[in-house]
Design a protein around this ligand. Structure first.
Ligand code: FAD
Length: 416
């Protein structure tokens, strides 16, 4: 790992970082690899890192059509939590949260991981019943979760309006104290450096345009930089997963939709927990730079445009102002969107495909950032062993044929 002394930091600052070492190499693609990972987001990079670190796979490349972290990994609102309803989801997200808790040290990169707590608000009697049910389910799975009354919420979040006259009256909330945020760019850069340090070729500007097969088995990928032979190919391309699947003659049960986020001008510290509301489809936190970082639910149409529609934005901003009236005069700085891949049961697909040597990890929809290390870990296991780990076994493609869906809409109803 690279180490910088104070003197070298000062010298580099004065020379405009001219002699700053690259954090990871920029190699040209080799003619072939044992494993090719398509997609240089957090999940792809984590998969490549664990493939070498945990399974000693000889040669691995990550092919990214743009730049590392330029997809949803660099566009999300950074929320990390594990309080999902069903056992299958709770287990994989909790496994991931535990990896997050040691990841900064493991990859020696400050991920600004902040377990500042996460509140999910309830506005109706039915919301409260759902919240209580989820808290009980979480506790049964050993996941920290507690109920807060409106008075306790007000004590924790003085800026929020808990008065009974509010348009969306706040009747209670669940709190996961171990939930919080982590800096998304840092995750992408940290994982790219970690993968590089164990010998993975992280290759930018290399778009996969075809998946070659022979006798029902994968043989390599066509790319904008030529053909690359591969014994195994793992696709981790989020909103573009349907496009990749069609290259292998498959259709996945996915819809790709825009998901928006936006930030305000920087403010003095005013909000030190994450606040979300499924019912009003909006959520908010404050970044370490002081910006209010907000998000909404998915836009209601399919598409690959990374923009989103004003109607969704307006609805979510209006809801946030109802809950935090004092933010009505805050100026918004910028808005953006990613393309999220949503499954009918709001759960991912992680596993083998009918094509031998071809694996997919997708369908994380609005909530895959928090699962990045866990997803990479189980996907690396799956590719290396050619069988799912028990944590991702329930998330196979077959569940859409057998009907064993895991309905996480309740816990994943709002983007996060
Ligand atoms: C606005 C927004 C807010 C969100 N907020 C949260 C949140 O708070 N918490 C949370 O847990 N999740 C959140 N998410 C979801 C989360 O960001 C994603 O689930 C997660 O980042 C997916 O990671 P990934 O590595 O699979 O995908 P990506 O980061 O999208 O990486 C996929 C990569 O594949 C590349 N690619 C695509 N096609 C090709 C090709 N043909 N060849 C080569 N490369 C290709 C893309 O360029 C991209 O870099 C949010 C998403 C958005 C858009």
């Amino acid at each position: 790992m690279q180490k910088y002394s104070f003197l070298s930091l000062a010298r580099n600052a004065l020379t405009y970082h001219e002699n700053w070492q690259r954090a990871w190499r920029s190699p040209d693609p080799k003619p072939g690899y044992d494993v090719v990972i398509v997609g240089g987001g957090g999940h792809g990079l984590a998969t490549a890192y664990y493939l070498v670190k945990e399974h000693r796979v000889g040669s691995v490349a990550v092919l990214e059509k743009g730049y590392v972290g330029g997809g949803n990994t660099g566009r999300n609102t950074e929320i990390v939590r594990s309080n999902y309803l069903w056992d299958e989801a709770a287990h994989i997200y909790e496994f991931s949260l535990k990896l997050w808790e040691g990841l900064t040290q493991q990859i020696n990169f400050n991920l600004m991981f902040s377990q500042r707590g996460l509140l999910s608000l309830g506005h109706t009697l039915q919301d409260l019943r759902d919240i209580q049910r989820r808290i009980n389910a979480n506790l049964l799975n050993g996941i920290d979760s507690e109920f807060l009354t409106p008075e306790q919420i007000k004590e924790m979040v003085p800026a929020i309006d808990v008065s009974p006259r509010a348009r969306y009256p706040i009747l209670g909330a669940s709190l996961q104290r171990r939930g919080g945020t982590a800096r998304h760019d840092a995750l992408a850069w940290g994982l790219a450096r970690a993968a590089d340090s164990v010998g993975v070729d992280v290759i930018h500007n290399c778009e996969v345009t075809g998946i070659r097969r022979e006798g029902g088995a994968v043989t390599g990928v066509d790319t904008s930089r030529g053909f690359i032979k591969a014994g195994k190919v793992g696709c981790v391309t989020a909103g573009n997963s349907g496009v990749l699947a069609s290259m292998a003659g498959m259709r996945l049960p996915l819809e790709s939709r825009p998901l928006q986020a936006w930030v305000s001008q920087p403010l003095k510290p005013i909000l030190d927990v994450v606040v979300m509301s499924n019912a009003v489809h909006a959520y908010i936190s404050q970044t370490d730079r002081g910006e209010l970082l907000c998000g909404a639910g998915v836009d209601s149409y399919n598409g690959y445009g990374q923009r989103g529609s004003p109607a969704t934005l307006e609805h979510a901003i209006a809801a946030i102002i109802e809950m935090f009236p004092r933010f009505s005069r805050v100026r918004m700085l910028r808005q953006w969107a990613g393309t999220v891949d949503t499954c009918p049961d709001a759960c991912p697909i992680i596993g083998l495909t009918p094509v031998k040597g071809l694996y997919f990890n997708c369908g994380w929809g609005t909530g895959g950032y928090k699962s990045t290390p866990g997803s990479g870990w189980v996907f690396a296991y799956t590719i290396a062993q050619n069988r799912p780990h028990r944590l991702n076994e329930p998330f196979s493609l077959e569940r859409f044929a057998t009907g064993h869906l895991i309905d996480e809409h309740g816990a994943a109803g709002v983007a996060h």
